[in-house]
Design a protein around this ligand. Structure first.
Ligand SMILES: *Cc1c(COP(=O)(O)O)cnc(C)c1O
Ligand SMILES: [Zn+2]
Length: 415
């Protein structure tokens, strides 16, 4: 695989060689160069046709440099619904609110769009084992695809993370290791294991996997068709390491370069108030993100004190005329409940954070009622069910045959 790499911000060619792919001039993330221009009628037609007919994200293989001749490992990831959230939108005073429901992916998060490519690439390279550090969802996604490919997979997660994510990875057969620290500490352990144990590094970071992370772009190609061949006015993404939002920008830029769309959507990056390095950097006019001290939030999937793709994430928010928003854990819980009740979608905290942010921006007049807004519902709250119930909210209990108890149970729900 010989792919030309370039800086995602300044565009300079990148010649690699190091473990971490970062632009030596500007510190931004690296991405493959793509040959995209209005002359590429083949790519344009491919997008309008909804892909080449292959399964899962592979239908857009032509947009993944380096994957031309790779045998796919797929579980038919992607193809997720774009739900017009009329009831939730009405509650927020918005007519064009959409949920890109990534919980419908095989391992219940959008990380499958990465894992399908990464594991296919490493299988092609005859990997003896893959390994990654993660907040949990990438661990589950890569473990699932590694299981499918028959490759051993090591997953290192922060000891304080959501244990249900680790259980899911272990269910797929992952070799799970807990680490004292945060996601960035886990990722550093993986970097050391690459030379020591011969692991292939399957972290989702563009720093480590600039080619496989292109898989996320397929969300934009899909929503473009689902909206009737147009891009939304606003795309709202949670930000952890900053890969997702960077790839949304890149995919939109491709559609514009091909002449399929005119205007770049405003990209909104959302973080938890307990760990908001990107929001802080935007508010303070910085080009780089600080390392956040004492990060704490229920949104474990975006509890990243180090923003690995920070320079690029900040760039795409500014270049798209977007926003960075922090939301509190209480606002997140409120949004989780409302989304479940109004739309029957179980959005995990990191995902529901996007809805809490939409409400804030709407109230602040930064999103207008008639705009088309797509929130990326990145992962499923089936692993976070206790967050939906209020402590102290008792569930009625009845002995069958005891009518008084049954009437009391009914009365409980009439209050
Ligand atoms: C990984 C993840 C994110 C954050 O994505 P980044 O690309 O790291 O910014 C958001 N939500 C969920 C559910 C995730 O698993
Ligand atoms: Zn650069």
């Amino acid at each position: 695989m010989s792919v030309e790499l370039v800086c995602s911000v300044c565009g300079k060619p990148y010649n690699g060689g190091t473990d971490r792919n970062v632009c030596p001039s500007c510190g931004a993330s690296i991405e493959p160069r793509e040959d995209i221009s209005p002359e590429r009628k083949d790519l344009k037609e491919l997008l309008l046709r909804g892909g080449n007919g292959e399964k899962g994200v592979w239908k857009y293989r032509a947009f993944f440099p380096g994957f031309e001749d790779i045998e796919p490992v797929t579980m038919e990831e992607g193809n997720t619904p774009l739900i017009h959230a009329k009831a939730l939108g009405a509650a927020y005073g918005m007519g064009g609110l959409y949920l890109k429901n990534e919980t419908a992916n095989p391992s219940a998060t959008y990380k499958d769009r990465f894992a399908a490519l990464a594991i296919s690439q490493y299988k092609h390279e005859n990997a003896s084992a893959v390994a990654l550090g993660s907040a949990g969802n990438a661990g589950s996604a890569v473990a699932a695809y590694a299981a499918k490919a028959g490759i051993p997979c090591y997953v290192i997660l922060p000891a304080g993370g959501v244990f249900a994510r680790a259980q899911q990875a272990m269910a797929y057969g992952a070799r799970f290791i807990r680490a004292d620290g945060e996601v960035n500490d886990c990722i550093e352990l993986i970097e050391k294991g690459v030379s020591r144990f011969g692991w292939k590094n399957a972290c989702t970071t563009m720093l480590h996997n600039p080619l496989a992370s292109e898989g996320y772009k397929t969300m934009v190609y899909e929503m473009f068709l689902q909206l009737g061949e147009r891009l939304p006015d606003v795309i709202v993404c949670p930000i952890g390491g900053g890969i997702l939002i960077s790839k949304m920008y890149r995919a939109c830029r491709e559609l514009i370069a091909l002449g399929l769309a005119e205007k770049m959507p405003r990209l909104v990056g959302v973080q938890a108030a307990g760990c908001p390095p990107v929001v802080w950097a935007i508010e303070n006019g910085k080009r780089e993100t600080p390392v956040w001290q004492n990060p704490a939030t229920i949104a474990g999937s975006i509890n990243d004190p180090v923003t690995f793709e920070g320079v690029t994430a900040l760039h795409v928010i500014r270049a798209s005329n977007g926003e960075a928003v922090a939301v509190t854990d209480d606002e997140i819980k409120e949004a989780m409940k409302l989304c479940a009740r109004k739309e029957a979608v179980l959005a995990e905290p990191a995902s529901a954070a996007t809805l809490a942010a939409v409400l804030k921006l709407k109230d602040a007049g930064k999103i207008r009622a008639e705009e088309t807004v797509v929130t990326i519902i990145t992962g499923s709250a089936l692993r976070d069910l206790p967050l939906f119930s209020d402590p102290g909210n008792e569930v009625p209990f009845v002995h069958p045959g005891n009518d008084a108890e049954m009437l009391a149970a009914m009365a409980h729900y009439q209050q």
